[in-house]
Ligand binder design. Structure first.
Ligand SMILES: Cc1cc2nc3c(=O)[nH]c(=O)nc-3n(C[C@H](O)[C@H](O)[C@H](O)COP(=O)(O)O)c2cc1C
Length: 161
């Protein structure tokens, strides 16, 4: 890929991390982990408990969990892939925190996700609203299971990047 690209990802249990690293390696992009200021414990991730931290955050569209650290040199990236697990059919709220923390004007943003089977659903429409109108938003992709370099490169080339 000719453009300078960043693969930024949030991963609570490692699956999206693997997908993000595979994508970055396949297309020659830098990687940045979106780290929660307060890490998610197993109890926080319990979707069977309506009172768990993840349940509370996902029930509150205004929740913006704090992030530790910043992307270094965000200005230099033309394309930013944003990866996350699907939580309750959408992106975890911390992804909205991330998108609202930078000005993506003039950049291209491409979401990708992992899940237990759900697709992107309505998450792209929600995430797009976190970025300025001058952000080029490309359709996202589910990256469940092991993806070969060839599949990942073909996907990105197909986006015209
Ligand atoms: C709070 C919570 C909610 C989830 N909701 C969904 C869901 O709606 N649909 C789905 O297919 N998987 C769901 N999952 C499963 C994750 O999307 C899946 O395990 C993902 O690959 C985890 O990625 P990670 O290891 O990078 O955190 C949920 C997991 C958690 C912790």
């Amino acid at each position: 890929m000719k453009k300078k690209a960043l693969v930024a990802y949030f991963s609570a249990s490692g699956t999206t991390r693997r997908a993000a690293k595979a994508l970055a390696a396949a297309i020659g992009a830098d990687v940045h982990e979106i780290v929660p200021a307060q890490p998610y414990s197993a109890a926080d991730l319990d979707w069977n408990n309506r009172g768990s931290r993840s349940s509370a955050e996902m029930n509150d569209p205004a929740a913006r969990p704090e992030i530790a650290g910043k992307v270094r040199g965000m200005d230099g990236y033309e394309v930013v892939f944003v990866g996350f697990p699907i939580w309750w059919y959408v992106a975890p709220r911390i992804v909205e925190t991330f998108l609202e923390s930078y000005d993506f004007s003039g950049k291209t943003v491409v979401p990708f996700a992992t899940s237990g089977g759900s697709g992107m659903g309505g998450t792209e429409a929600v995430l797009k609203k976190c970025c300025s109108a001058q952000t080029a938003w490309l359709p996202g992709k589910m990256l469940n299971g092991r993806q070969s370099d060839k599949v990942l490169r073909t996907w990105v080339e197909g986006l015209g990047l």
